[in-house]
Design a binder for this molecule. Structure first.
Ligand SMILES: [Zn+2]
Ligand SMILES: [Zn+2]
Length: 254
């Protein structure tokens, strides 16, 4: 699988984009930067979209992608998320007040965006991918995903505080290639991290003990303000298997 980090951050400023990971050009995880980070012909190419939760840094570009690709795709973008996240996105964003309801445009039978609700813990098949959706420790319907293709697996959980279920599931994966998770704030902002259900390097250090061993771990969702500080603090943990994402639009092949 080719994982393209379109945006690996939990905020926006020049050089930093909100969360969007694209697998093989076809399967998108979160829509924080899918419109600002991809050309329109690349956006049109996406078939399936997984949404981890309804916070704005993970959904904002659904609005602009739908607008960009309106009438170009010939079939809907199929979106998979929890009922909680879908309800919030429809109520607060695609409500014809903040943005048009693209689940009814150009018509409800053949719309631009089509939502599918997925139960926590269940596995769905999307083309060659098997996707298992696991609840994590984050509000707004927070979920992570285990994605399997041709006998290899990847774990993606961006926004989360300390959590357990996804690591238990990850240990059952036969050929786990990598874990993508988060560190949002530096250690000095532990109170903010706790209140917002995110990690600092010191809580991540403990979290790593729960993860399957010998698997590379990539850390995203860095708040742009703290990129340099987090580089230093994550480096000081001394874990060879851990990589902090810095530049957006980089790709990894597994
Ligand atoms: Zn976020
Ligand atoms: Zn969040």
């Amino acid at each position: 699988m080719i994982v393209r980090i379109v945006g690996g951050h939990g905020g926006v400023s020049p050089g930093f984009k909100n969360t969007s990971y694209l697998i093989d050009g076809k399967l998108l995880i979160d829509a924080g930067s899918v419109a600002s980070g991809l050309h329109i012909d690349e956006q049109v190419h996406i078939d399936h979209i997984l949404i981890s939760h309804s916070h704005l840094d993970h959904i904002s570009d659904l609005a602009f992608m739908a607008d960009n690709c309106f009438g170009l795709k010939g079939r809907p973008f199929e979106i998979y998320t929890s009922d909680e996240a879908r309800t919030s996105i429809m109520k607060h964003m695609l409500n014809d007040e903040i943005w048009p309801d693209f689940t009814k445009l150009p018509n409800a039978k053949d719309p631009t965006l089509r939502f599918h609700t997925v139960e926590s813990g269940s596995t769905i098949e999307l083309g060659p991918y098997k996707v298992t959706m696991i609840r994590v420790n984050h509000p707004a319907g927070g979920h992570g995903f285990i994605i399997e293709k041709n006998g290899s697996s990847l774990v993606f959980t961006q926004d989360t505080g300390p959590t357990d279920a996804i690591w238990e599931e990850a240990k059952k994966c036969e050929n786990l290639k990598a874990i993508f998770t988060e560190v949002s704030f530096p250690n000095s902002l532990q109170g903010v991290a706790n209140a917002s259900f995110h990690h600092t390097p010191q809580t991540l250090d403990k979290e790593l003990e729960k993860m399957p061993t010998d698997v590379p771990v990539f850390l995203g969702h860095i708040k742009p303000n703290y990129q340099n500080q987090l580089n230093d603090e994550v480096d000081a943990l001394g874990h060879d298997r851990v990589t902090l994402l810095s530049s957006d639009d980089v790709s990894f092949v597994f």
